[in-house]
Design a protein around this ligand. Structure first.
Ligand code: DP6
Length: 375
C-alpha cells in the first residue's frame, strides 16, 4: 500500500529582509522579517508526499531530478514531522504506522528554476505541508512554520498567504521563532508585483553563506539588526494594516537598500545589485517622481532581479510605463497591460534594462498552500 497527499505552496518576497542567523543549524534569525506571498497562478511549487513499506529509502525528486535527502535541512524536516506523526500514532493505536515508513517526495515548480528566483522558500514550505497532509497532522501553519524554517529560513513565511511576519523569537530551541499572519490577501488584494528577471551569467554568493559572512564581518550589521529592522517592522505592520502604499513603498525600498548596504559592508564585499538592478531603481524613481508620490517600490533579494510592488489602480502608470519602455520581452502576454509612452524615464537606464532584462513576471498578492488531488 502507498499512502499519498499533495499540496501547492507559494513564493514570498520579503519587504523587511531576513539577513543573519544567530543559530545556523536551526535557522534562527538575528532579526524579524515581513513578506508578501505571491500568487500561485504564476509562481508555485507542487509537491506530492508518499510513504510505503515498498520504498527502499527516503527519496526527493525536484523537477524530475533526484536530490540528496541526507542534508541536514531536509533531514531536520523529515525528523520533526515523523516525531509529530509518531506522537499521534502513540495516542491512537488504530492509526497506520506511517512514521516508520520511507518517504518519497516529488516536487515540481511552475516557473523556470533558471530564472534565479528564490525557489527554496516555496520548496520547503511545500515539502513540509505535503508531509503534514500525508500524516494528517492537526498542526496550524504557525506550528508548521517552525519546521519549514529549518529547511530554509524564508520558507517559514510561505505557509501563509497575504502579508506574513516571521517573528525572530528569543529562545535557544527556536520554539518561538515562527511565522504569523499580519493580514490575509483579502485585506489588501490590490497589491501587484512585477518581476524583472535579469539575465545573470553566474550565480553569486548564496544567501546561506552570504549572511554568515555579514554577521562575522559587517559593522553596519549590528545597527541594522538592533535599530533599523525593529523600526521597519513596526512601520511595515502599520502600513499594511492601513493599506498605506506610500509608507509600504518607502519602508520596502529603504529596507532593501539597508540590506544591500550591509552586503557591501561585508568583508570581502558582496554585490547582489548589478548595473541592471540600478537601472531598475532609477526607473522606479522616475515613475514616482512623475507621479509626485510613491506609487511603485523596488526590492532585491540575494541576486540582481528586481521585484516592483504597486497597486492595481496604478497599473497604467507603473506596469504600463515599464511595458512602454521594455515591450517585446517574454512574460508580458500573461496580463493585458496597455503599453504607455513616458517622457520622464532616463534614456540610459531604459537602454541598460532593454539589454539586461530577459523576461518579466506579472503577479500579485496570493493565498497560502492549497491541498490538491494526488497526481
Ligand atoms: C535575501 O531563506 O534563502 O531572500 O535560511 O539559509 O535558507 P537560508 O536563507 P534564505 O534567505 C533569504 C534571504 C533574502 C531575504 C528574505 O527572504 O527575507
Amino acid at each position: 500500500k502507498i499512502y499519498q497527499a499533495s499540496t501547492t505552496a507559494p513564493v514570498n518576497i520579503a519587504v523587511v529582509k531576513y539577513w543573519g542567523k544567530r543559530d545556523p543549524k536551526l535557522n534562527l534569525p538575528t532579526n524579524s522579517s515581513i513578506s508578501v506571498t505571491l500568487s500561485q497562478d504564476d509562481l508555485r511549487t507542487h509537491t506530492t508526499a508518499s510513504c510505503s513499506s515498498t520504498f527502499a529509502s527516503d527519496t526527493l525528486l525536484l523537477n524530475s531530478q533526484s536530490q540528496d535527502t541526507s542534508g541536514a535541512r531536509t533531514q531536520a524536516c523529515f525528523r520533526e514531522l515523523r516525531a509529530l506523526r509518531a506522537a499521534l500514532e502513540a495516542s491512537n493505536s488504530s492509526l497506520p504506522k506511517l512514521s516508520s515508513l520511507p518517504l518519497r517526495i516529488v516536487s515540481e515548480n511552475n516557473f523556470p528554476t533558471a530564472a534565479g528566483l528564490a525557489s527554496s522558500a516555496a520548496g520547503f514550505a511545500a515539502l513540509v505541508r505535503a508531509i503534514a497532509n500525508l500524516y494528517e497532522l492537526p498542526a496550524t501553519p504557525t506550528a508548521l512554520s517552525r519546521i519549514a524554517r529549518q529547511g530554509s529560513g524564508s520558507a517559514c513565511r510561505s505557509l501563509f498567504g497575504g502579508y506574513v511576519a516571521w517573528e525572530m523569537g528569543s529562545k535557544d530551541d527556536g520554539s518561538d521563532s515562527l511565522a504569523v499572519e499580519v493580514a490575509p490577501a483579502s485585506h489588501w488584494p490590490t497589491m501587484r508585483a512585477l518581476i524583472l528577471v535579469v539575465s545573470a551569467e553566474k550565480k553569486g554568493v548564496s544567501s546561506t553563506s552570504g549572511m554568515q559572512i555579514t554577521v562575522a564581518t559587517s559593522q553596519l550589521f549590528q545597527r541594522r539588526a538592533e535599530i533599523v529592522v525593529p523600526a521597519a517592522m513596526v512601520a511595515m505592520k502599520k502600513a499594511i494594516k492601513e493599506k498605506d502604499f506610500e509608507s509600504f513603498g518607502k519602508v520596502t525600498m529603504m529596507e532593501s537598500n539597508s540590506f544591500h548596504a550591509t552586503c557591501l559592508d561585508t568583508f570581502p564585499p558582496i554585490f547582489y545589485l548589478n548595473d541592471v538592478s540600478k537601472a531598475a531603481i532609477r526607473l522606479v524613481e522616475d515613475i514616482n517622481n512623475a507621479a509626485g508620490k510613491i506609487i511603485a517600490a523596488y526590492t532585491f533579494d540575494a541576486g540582481p532581479n528586481a521585484v516592483i510592488y504597486y497597486e492595481e489602480e496604478n497599473t497604467a502608470a507603473v506596469a504600463g510605463v515599464i511595458k512602454g519602455a521594455l515591450g517585446g520581452l517574454e512574460g508580458w502576454a500573461s496580463r493585458e497591460i496597455e503599453p504607455k509612452e513616458s517622457t520622464s524615464l532616463d534614456a540610459r537606464a531604459v537602454g541598460v534594462l532593454r539589454d539586461g532584462v530577459s523576461r518579466v513576471i506579472l503577479t500579485q498578492v496570493g493565498e497560502g498552500p492549497v491541498r490538491t488531488q494526488e497526481s
